[in-house]
Write a protein that binds this ligand. Sequence first.
Ligand SMILES: [Zn+2]
Length: 187
Amino acid sequence: MSGGYVYGDKEPVEECGCCGGEARAEYCDVGIGYAQVSEFRCIECGATPEWKDGKSVWTEPERPSERGERVTGYLITASGNVHETTFEQDHQWLFDRMGTTQSREIANGAVRITNLEGFAIDLPPFMTQRARRALARIVKDAEWKWGSPYVMRWGAGRGEFMTRAELAVAVSKLPEAPAPAGPEFAP
Ligand SMILES: [Zn+2]
């Protein structure tokens, strides 16, 4: 690791070879700039690059289900990446690793799914096609073995239990993307 950047320059960012997400490294201030002190790691999927045969190969960390751990939930990002969560590596752990917060992620189109004290889904204010497809896949895979989900819509004070069909309708009513800001959209 010999990377770094000088004062005034922008922090280098790499594109993840697995999901196309943003990969960042850690740096420390060395008086004339910043020296890289960790390898790059994708903030979306956690992949890291490895130098093999003269080129960098990105590999994703093993999923908890591949390690035989109990999956207690999922996070679907707006770009459609699906993260599994466990007791130890829960949503908060994931948000910390991604350098974000739950409210910010959901406001940006992510879906939070948990099965701890019950099956619960937090819906965002809008959803991308990729996130919709990922949610449909997870709900189908779960085969309702977790029961009916308690669904919280964005901005609602309380949630409601929904059947699979009701959930599909609720999701289909969400807009594809946030309405562009502009005077013509002002109330
Ligand atoms: Zn990635």
